[in-house]
Design a protein. Structure first.
Length: 148
């Protein structure tokens, strides 16, 4: 089964006992077969910008079915990390990016954003803003959805 290490032809050394749990986990995930990746694995690696060419298409398969799919943190945590990727990550994925735009436009149009006030860091509110920004950035103009 194919791993990120095999695809990139780059074997990382053992991070050692002094490494953080995140560094250790990312090193382990580079050796994990891609077919066995969970949503949380995708969230971690894409959030760190590791293995993006191999993992972004896998994440998109999941997100096109359910944009609010979640790893270990909150509904939409995988989507949040995908939306933070630079434009260069989408090279060769124009069709998939357009499909995600369509899915997210429908999602935002059919779902009111929560209003918990400025003192509460609501992941849904932040995610809603990131989606609107993604949609707006893609159009080259103002946001495609109204603030709600």
């Amino acid at each position: 089964m194919t791993t990120i290490e095999q695809l990139e032809r780059d074997v990382w050394p053992d991070p050692g006992r002094e490494a953080t749990s995140l560094v250790t986990r990312c090193s382990e995930l580079r050796r994990k077969p891609l077919a066995e990746f969970t949503v949380e694995d995708l969230r971690i690696m894409l959030g760190q910008g590791i293995g993006v060419p191999a993992l972004l298409p896998l994440a998109l398969q999941v997100l096109l079915r359910d944009p609010l799919t979640e790893g270990d943190y909150y509904p939409g945590d995988l989507l949040a990390n995908v939306l933070r990727l630079p434009d260069s990550a989408w090279s060769g994925l124009r069709t998939e990016r357009e499909r995600l735009r369509s899915v997210l436009a429908e999602f935002v149009a059919g779902r009111p954003s929560s209003d918990t006030g400025p003192d509460h860091a609501d992941p849904d509110q932040r995610l809603h803003g990131a989606i609107r920004q993604f949609l707006g950035d893609e159009s080259g103009g103002p946001s495609l959805v109204a603030d709600g």
